[in-house]
Design a protein around this ligand. Sequence first.
Ligand code: LLP
Length: 461
Amino acid sequence: MRAHEAGALHGDLGYRGPAWLRTPEDVNALVPQLWPRTVSRTEAGSLEIGGVNVADLAQEHGTPAYLLDEDDLRSRCREFAAAFGDADVYYAGKSFLCKAVVRIIQEEGLFLDVCSGGELAVALKAGFPAEKIGFHGNNKSVSELSRALEAGVGRIVVDSFDEITRLTDLSKKSNKRPKVLVRVTVGVEAHTHEFIATAHEDQKFGFSLAGGAAFAAAVKILDEGVLDLRGLHSHIGSQIFDTSGFEVAARRVLELQAQIRDARGVELDELDLGGGFGIAYTTQDDPSTAGDLAKRINKIVEGECDLANLRKPRLSVEPGRAIVGPAVFTLYEVGTVKDVDGIRTYVSVDGGMSDNIRTALYDASYSATVAGRRSPAEPMLARVVGKHCESGDIVVKDEFLPADVRPGDLLAVPGTGAYCRSMASNYNHVPRPPVVAVRDGASRVIVRRETEDDLLALDVG
Ligand code: LLP
C-alpha cells in the first residue's frame, strides 16, 4: 500500500489535505483509473453504471450498496487470462466471493483460490470444478482437508509440518493422492502495509526458506510419497506495485527448486507466484496492466530458470484485488455534514467501517465523489465518515467534495470490490449492504442486504 502522508498546515487557512488530492476544479470529474469501466457522469450530472442511473439503483436497492460493474469484472478476468496465456490464473476468492462471482470467473476461464471451508462451500455450491480450485490456509482443519479430498480439489497448498502430517494421514485413510504445493516464505520485505505483507520471515505463513524448513518440507513429502508434490508457491503480499519483490521471490523459490532437484533428482513442474497486484485507490496510484505484469513475470521466471539451469515450470498466479477491486463502488447516502471549525468538514454516510474496514485497519486511502448530481459549488476538503460508534470509523480520510454537499446526497466511493464486502462486519448491529450487479441497463441483487431479522435469527437467547 502506498501510504499517503497527510499534508502540512498551510498558514492560517487550516488543513488542506495531502498534496496528491485532485485539484479542486476536478470536483465533478471522474478519473478513469479509479472507476469501473462503464461508469460515467451523465449530461444531467449523476453517475451511471452499466447503463443504469445511480439514483434509480439507490431507489430500487437502497443505500449503502456495493454496485458491481459486471462487464468490468468480466473484462478484467479476460485480460488476466489472455495476458498470462498458458499460465493458470487463480482468482483469489478471499477478495470477494459469492455464487454469482464464482460463475462469472468460471465462464471467463479462471481457476479459483479458496482459503477456508466456507469459501470452498460457496465454490462447490456454485458448481465450480473442484480440480480448478487451489486450497490455501495456514491452519486447515481436519474437516476442511477431508472435504477438499472428497471434492477432489486440484491443488492443496501445504503450509506447515502439522498440515503435512494431517493431510498424509487423511490421504492414506481415504486412499487418495492429492496434488500439493509447498508454500515458501521467501524472506522478501514487500513494499506494502505490514499487515498484508506475507513473505518476510517473522509471520505465520509458509515454510521458511532461509531456515531450511521449505527444503525439509518438500523432501519429506517426496520421501514419504503419499502426497503428490507438484511444485512450490510464494505469495509476497498484497497491493504491490513494484515487481522487484516478485523477482527476488522467483529467484529464491527457483533456487530451492534446483536444490530439491540436486538432492532428490526431481524437477518440480509448477510454480505459483501468488497474487498481490496493486490497484488505484487514489489518483496517485498507477497500477500495471495485466499484460505488463504477465510480460514482466514471465521474463523474470525465464531468466531465473536459465540461471538455475531449470526448465520453466508451469506458472500460476492468484490475483484477487486486481480483478474485482476496481469493478465495484459503494453507494452511500449522506446523513449529516458537520463543519468542525478551522479543521475540516465531516460528511457522515449511512455505512462506514462495517462495510469498509480497510481505512481503519490499514490506513488505506480512498476517493469519493457526489454521485447524484453535478455541483457548481466550490471544492471543500472533507472527511467521509461512517455511522459507527468509533472515531476511527473513517471511509475516506481526505477528499475534495463540493461545498454544498448536503444530507440526502448520494456519495460514491470507488475501488471497493476487494476486501470490503468480504471483510464486512455487523459492528453496532448494522446489517451488511447488498451486492448489486449491473449490466446492459439492468441490475440484479447477487448478495442481498442483511436485515435486522437476519441478525436476530442468530441471537437465540
Ligand atoms: N494468494 C494468496 C496466498 C493470498 O494470501 C492472497 C491474499 C492472494 C493470493 C490475493 O491477493 P490480492 O491479489 O487480492 O492482493 N485484507 C487485505 C488483503 C489481504 C490479502 C490476503 N491474501 C486488504 O484489504 O488489503
